[in-house]
Design a protein around this ligand. Structure first.
Ligand SMILES: NC(=O)c1ccc[n+]([C@@H]2O[C@H](COP(=O)([O-])OP(=O)(O)OC[C@H]3O[C@@H](n4cnc5c(N)ncnc54)[C@H](O)[C@@H]3O)[C@@H](O)[C@H]2O)c1
Length: 261
């Protein structure tokens, strides 16, 4: 008996990183999964892996920031599997050229806002009617610790994720009456395609590790398991919440105790 038996999930950015780990876990727990990615080969690779393990999935090639793509993606998943119960907005970007406002490029600002914030809004706009038609469901939107404690300085990314958090709370409040829950998932630092180059720098890697109370980077599966909780009926009384999977990043770096006087 899987924790997502009978459910249909659509996961954006599921061709790599955290989204791919979640797609594999959701399928193992019985969900039929729409694997959305902007890169066709990545989506296809995740679908192949799910099918090799005996699960059901369909690849959806789409750009979450393109206004027409969301509705097409939702139609494809509902057409394949007959409904939609979970919308996990995971796709995101950390664009080159991001930084402090006096230094970032306008191109990085616009691209980041378009993918991370507008993309999340567009996917919610496309997915919510299908969630309601399916008797209600769960939205999981991906924010970041930097939206709450801005280190390192990447103001476009920070602003985009702050917007995602605020938008998610508003969606949670308004659509609760339709049986739609919406929660904010906040992963801490971990090695993925997005962060591999930055974390290859020993100084940045050490600083990132020092920022977590648990003293290490996270694993993709550690985020996927919390996404599974939010997707499943185990969280049926949870909406508008922030689910931190950050190893204690928000607690701040560990300091030595003050010696007794
Ligand atoms: N890795 C981290 O340390 C970390 C920390 C905090 C938050 N996050 C967030 O977690 C989420 C997943 O990040 P990740 O690290 O797994 O990234 P990743 O780069 O490994 O994977 C992202 C996937 O999204 C796809 N994608 C990118 N833009 C897209 C678009 N416009 N439309 C559709 N698909 C698109 C990519 O092709 C890729 O397969 C992001 O929202 C990211 O901001 C990551």
């Amino acid at each position: 008996m899987g924790r997502l038996d009978g459910k249909v999930a659509l996961i954006t950015g599921a061709g790599d990183g955290i989204g791919r780990a979640a797609a594999l876990l959701f399928a193992r727990e019985g969900a039929r999964v729409g694997v959305l990615d902007i890169v066709e080969e990545r989506a296809a690779r995740t679908v192949r892996q799910i099918e090799r393990e005996g699960g059901s999935a369909v690849a959806v090639v789409a750009d979450v920031s393109a206004p027409a793509h969301g509705a097409r993606a939702v139609d494809r998943v509902v057409g394949a599997f007959g409904g939609l119960h979970v919308l996990y907005n995971n796709a995101g970007t950390w664009a080159p050229g991001d930084g402090a406002v006096t230094e970032l490029t306008l191109d990085a600002w616009e691209r980041t806002l378009r993918v991370n914030l507008t993309g999340t809004m567009l996917m919610c706009r496309a997915g919510i009617p299908a969630l309601i038609d399916s008797g209600g469901g769960s939205i999981i939107n991906t924010s970041s610790p930097v939206a709450y404690r801005p280190e390192p300085v990447c103001d476009a990314y920070t602003a985009s994720k702050g917007g995602v958090s605020a938008l998610t709370r508003s969606i949670a409040q308004y659509y609760a009456r339709h049986g739609v829950r919406a929660n904010i998932l906040i992963p801490g630092p971990m090695v993925t395609g997005m962060t591999r180059d930055a974390l290859a720098d020993p100084g940045y890697r050490d600083a990132s590790i020092r920022m977590t109370a648990l003293g290490r980077l996270g694993e993709l599966e550690e985020v996927a398991s919390v996404a599974l909780f939010l997707a499943s009926d185990d969280s049926r009384f949870v909406t508008g919440s922030e689910q931190w999977v950050d190893g204690g990043w928000m607690l701040g770096p560990t300091q030595d105790p003050i010696p007794p006087a």
